[in-house]
Design a protein around this ligand. Structure first.
Ligand code: SAH
Length: 349
């Protein structure tokens, strides 16, 4: 039985159909309701042709409440959106312009984060709570409405905002189901990236639940367990060898590659042992390393690498046969770059 206060926007199509059946509206109305909520992005009472069913659905459900608290525009055209939910909890989402009329939206999965990675601003906040699927999807709806006025669209989603998506597993999976649904926003699976700190059993579960069709990114950050444990506390639980096995088992579609993220921290993870370890990790995997220059935040125990240091790390990985790219920062001016999301007012670099 679905509870009387089911969160309407958190229900994937099959769950919505079940609910409509249970409350006597009939499952056949599910596609129209779902399309109104998730493709057209309108409230329940603006979905046409439901007649008296509207009141029944309204009585049995709660809509997801999400509003903009602020929108910060960065000179590089990156936009940081502060989103507030019914209980006052807030998260940040980031719109990153791509070529043509497209944006990538970086979404949050939790209010704060429990992982406490040493180089991440969100990690300093601790965890307040996970978002619901409705709250994750709401970030997409709000961003789409914002860019519709500019005649641009959100074509890619990355779960790289606040939180560890695989620690909010059920909500993230339901959100992905809603976002992929042909009756809804209908994102392509290859355009949804889930980035994880590396919760090994959940990687296997995500592979099973999505068939490996979505894009997986692993935050590796080091090539030795000793260095990784220094900067990613959860590494003590899941050694690199187990992460490697989890990626190996990912059912990767033929044309695609896994993404492996390495934050550039000079003097911490750019020594020969770590670089060799990263190269060993990548050997035999169809994957690309993304080198991410460390983005600073107040109280950060590290400094930003110089461009020369980032280039040197990239060169050292390439020399070891690793396919690597550099993800140059976007959105630093509004504290909207990777690892800077901490709900503080923007500060200059
Ligand atoms: N919890 C998920 C998603 C969070 S962040 C994960 O760990 O993957 C997305 C990426 O930004 C991760 O690779 C994360 O390690 C990286 N990141 C975090 N803080 C950063 C910082 N200060 N500078 C650069 N990248 C950072």
């Amino acid at each position: 039985m679905t509870t009387p206060s089911a969160e309407l926007h958190a229900l994937p199509m099959p769950a919505l159909a079940r609910l409509l059946d249970e409350i006597g509206v009939g499952a056949r109305h599910a596609p129209r309701v779902f399309q109104g909520l998730h493709r057209d992005g309108v409230p329940l009472d603006r979905i046409g042709q439901l007649g008296r069913h509207t009141a029944r659905i309204a009585a049995a459900t709660t809509p997801t409440a999400a509003t903009f608290d602020a929108v910060h525009d960065n000179p590089d055209e990156t936009r940081k959106l502060v989103v507030r939910f019914a209980d006052g909890a807030r998260v940040e989402s980031v719109l990153v312009p791509m070529r043509d009329d497209r944006y990538t939206l970086c979404v949050s999965s939790q209010v704060g984060c429990a992982m406490a990675c040493a180089f991440c601003a969100t990690g300093t906040l601790g965890l307040t709570r996970s978002l619901t699927a409705g709250e994750i999807v709401a970030q997409v709806h709000l961003a789409r409405a914002l860019v519709a006025d500019e005649r641009r669209r959100v074509s890619r989603l990355v779960f790289m905002g606040m939180g560890e998506p695989l620690a909010a597993y059920d909500a993230v999976l339901d959100a992905i189901r809603i976002l992929l649904d042909p009756h809804g926003p209908c994102f392509g699976a290859k355009n949804i990236t889930v980035s994880t700190v590396g919760l090994v059993p959940r990687i296997a579960q995500l592979a099973a639940d999505t068939g490996g069709r979505i894009q997986l990114a692993l935050s590796l950050h080091a090539g030795t367990d000793a260095t990784r444990a220094r900067i990613v506390p959860i590494a003590r639980r899941w050694p690199i060898a187990e992460l490697r096995a989890a990626l190996e088992a990912w059912p990767l579609p033929g044309s695609r590659a896994l993404m492996v993220e390495v934050v550039a921290l000079p003097g911490v993870n750019d020594g020969p042992a770590d670089l060799d370890g990263i190269a060993d990790f990548m050997r035999g995997l169809r994957g690309v390393v993304n080198v991410i220059p460390f983005n600073p935040f107040p109280s950060a125990p590290f400094r930003s690498p110089t461009d020369a240091e980032v280039l040197a790390m990239h060169r050292a990985l390439s020399a070891r046969g690793v396919l690597a790219k550099i993800r140059w920062p976007r959105g630093r001016g509004v504290a909207g770059a990777c690892g800077q999301l901490m709900l503080a007012e923007p500060v200059a670099d």
